[in-house]
Design a protein around this ligand. Structure first.
Ligand code: ZN
Ligand code: FE
Length: 256
């Protein structure tokens, strides 16, 4: 058996826990305390920690967890996480024996310069790159980099489960509905996700197929998205990267 469960952390982070009933992997443990509690409650032995990028809300608990358990840590080169770790650059694999797990490492720069995503077992762990209904802010990378990273993720199989690192879905979908008010799949999703949050359930995982149908940042070739981004930017946009750039700038100042 294999399960993937969320461990809520801080105000809106999810640390993802992958386990086989005995052994576990954590993705982006920004806080050790809730991670230790989940491992103890399920009587799991931590074997590995996968980090997507160097931000403290993703790596803050890694050193303490690794010191207490001996878990191997994997992450991009500039991860100052306070412990030794295996440096990954993308286009390689992480293969673990327990739990049995082989994940492809994808370089997805944009939110940070060396952001990584992990893909396998029908699941994508994408940190702050692709969010449900949105995407991460561009702290280090260029819009063109983020655009091609998102395109790369969008090409994964439609039924791939998307485990991103934050519960930003409702705010993202409010913006998406402003971009595409006529998108019926988006309107239906917005209602469904709102119902989950009213019951305090996570909106994740999402799927690549659902993101392609409803996430404006993956829909930069859709006429409605091109038109809305052009109106927001005050100019006619043609290239998908220009549409993406305008959407990201619009979302950055969108507060409703
Ligand atoms: Zn981040
Ligand atoms: Fe984050």
């Amino acid at each position: 058996m294999r399960a993937i469960i969320p461990i809520p952390a801080f105000s809106d982070n999810y640390i993802w826990l992958i386990h086989d009933g005995r052994h576990a992997v954590l993705v982006d443990p920004g806080d050790a305390t809730p991670a230790f509690a989940a491992l103890a409650a399920l009587r799991l032995e931590l074997r590995a920690i996968l980090l997507t990028h160097h931000h403290p809300d993703h790596v803050g608990g890694a050193a303490e967890l690794a010191a207490a358990t001996g878990a191997a840590v994997y992450g991009p080169s500039r991860t100052a996480c306070g412990t030794t770790f295996h440096t990954l650059a993308g286009d390689e694999r992480v293969v673990l024996g327990t739990p049995e797990l082989a994940l492809e490492v994808l370089a997805v720069p944009g939110h940070t310069r060396d952001h990584l995503a992990y893909y396998g077992i029908g699941a994508l762990f994408c940190g702050d790159t692709l969010f449900a209904g949105g995407c991460g802010r561009l702290f280090e990378g260029s819009p063109a980099q983020m655009f091609s990273s998102l395109q790369r993720l969008a090409r994964l199989p439609h039924d791939t489960l998307v485990f991103c690192a934050h519960e930003y879905t409702l705010a993202n979908l409010r913006f998406a509905c402003r971009v595409e008010p006529e998108n019926a799949a988006l309107a239906a999703r917005e209602m469904a996700e709102r119902a989950k949050r009213e019951r305090a359930l996570p909106t994740l995982p999402s799927t690549i197929g659902l993101e392609r149908a409803t996430n404006p940042f993956l829909r930069c070739q859709e006429p409605a998205v091109i038109a809305a981004a052009g109106t927001a930017a005050g100019q006619r946009l043609e290239e998908p990267v220009a549409v993406f750039t305008a959407l990201r700038a619009w979302k950055d100042r969108f507060t409703e």
